[in-house]
Design a protein around this ligand. Sequence first.
Ligand code: AMP
Ligand code: MG
Length: 302
Amino acid sequence: MFSDSAEKLKHVLQVKSEIMRAAREYLRSRGFVEILPVILSRVTDPLHHETYDGTVDYYGRPYTLTKSMILHKQIALRTAPRIFAFSPNVRMEPEERAPLRRYLAEFVQLDLEVRGASRDEVIEIGEGLFVAVMRSVRENCAAELAALGRELPVPETPFDRITYQEAVARFGEDYDDPLSSSLSAPAWLIDFPRAVREFYDREDPARPGVLLDMDLIYPEGYGEALSGGEREHTLPHILRRLKQDGIPPERFSAYLRFVEEGLPASAGFGIGIERLTRYVCNLGHIKEARLFPKVPGVADAL
Ligand code: AMP
Ligand code: MG
């Protein structure tokens, strides 16, 4: 009755469901509280790369479909010390990104933030989360992994770390694919220069121009898994960074009101669930990792 692709999708969705269950269980065991996502945002992630915004007329004001919950996460930490959300993001990525096979216009991030944490502390949480998810999927989805032809490794911790500078020296500015293809286990890419990231990633006070941030890179050519870091949280630093990026502070006035009142220091990251599912299930294209996928530039989705 069903085609082969429907049978494959059934396995993928089962694995994805286990990924989300295991991630929730791990984070709850580490003292996190789950918050519900924000869909409509007066201010959202400015993102360093170009995307077309989804804008909604919200009682006469333009609101954006959330591109990431970064700014909301910082404010939420005033209420609870460790938070996470499965946050739907809409980023209408340029059509040229479609052939990279890891972009959707609508995807979900598991987005977490920890009050008072350093980069090393959230790196340790990221490694624990990754290993817990791999173990749970191997244990609870053995039949699905076999049907998908996937032998899923559980990596050793701590993961290797590579600096941005080393990656560029070895692989050039377009390091993503060659770096990922060269890896046999996930690795951290750290210390991005200020110019290539958003205003909220914290600059290292001891090394001006270098950020206390990181990406996790999948092995086997699957590319970037997550981005995160320590955050700027004081008004003078944030205003300076906005200025450097040429962003008028008025655009972020709704957020800056909270910064003026005081935001806690924090660190966190967001990991894309469809990319994680693609990696775990060994899928050729990210569109195979969810129902109703929206591929950049293709306007025929449900
Ligand atoms: P970012 O903060 O922009 O690096 O996004 C955090 C994570 O979300 C990335 O590391 C990816 O895993 C995932 N992600 C970002 N953009 C997309 C997209 N267009 N489609 C699918 N996943 C994405
Ligand atoms: Mg990123």
